[in-house]
Design a protein around this ligand. Sequence first.
Ligand code: C5P
Length: 227
Amino acid sequence: MELCVALDLPTKEENLELVKKIKEYDVWLKVGFRSYIRDGAEFLKDIKKINPDFKIFLDLKLYDIPNTMADAAESIMGLDIDMFNIHASAGVKAMKTVMQRLSIYEKRPIVLAVTALTSFNEEDFTKVYEKSIVEKANQFAKDAYESGLDGVVCSAYESESIKNSTSKNFMTLTPGIRPFGEDAGDQERVADIAYVQSALVDFIVVGRPIYKSENPAEVVKKILEKI
Ligand code: C5P
């Protein structure tokens, strides 16, 4: 299992301070909308300057028509990142078009599909997708698997059933992790390390338990010792 640290601090400087504090650890760094829109590709370069071995997950959750998504994926190829994601709800055609476009490259980033956003509760989710979260997340995962993607973003509680209905090698990345039972904040369904290990999760995303801590490096070290 790999640890992915969410760089969710309000400014580029604060994010880079955090990166410096944890630079000796073998972790992935998650760059999301806010920092990518504001700080751009330069921010990715700044991270690599601190430690070129950091792996970067660009969490932009692409959603558009197939050709536009494939064009965006091709632009991402120029960014020297290691993983990015697209929405499974964009459809099988979109996912296949993205993977086909990337197939010409000898080496490409890991591509994950977002299944159900964890911010949805059951009622709101059903209004949009007309199925329960579990049912639809599993369907999206199957679609992503059949479209040639490498894995999905899902809740820890869906990881095992998704692996059972696709493949053990189909990766799961799960946010909402409170490694040692820390405060859940606004997350509805949180899981700890013992749970994600039993659910065969491949990547855990951890934000606040690390960056809100007085000693982020110590928390990262403790997590890495456990996983
Ligand atoms: O601070 P915390 O550990 O809750 O951060 C979780 C990170 O994972 C945040 O960057 C959040 O945007 C992201 N995320 C999530 N739920 C999803 C997708 C992404 O919490 N379904």
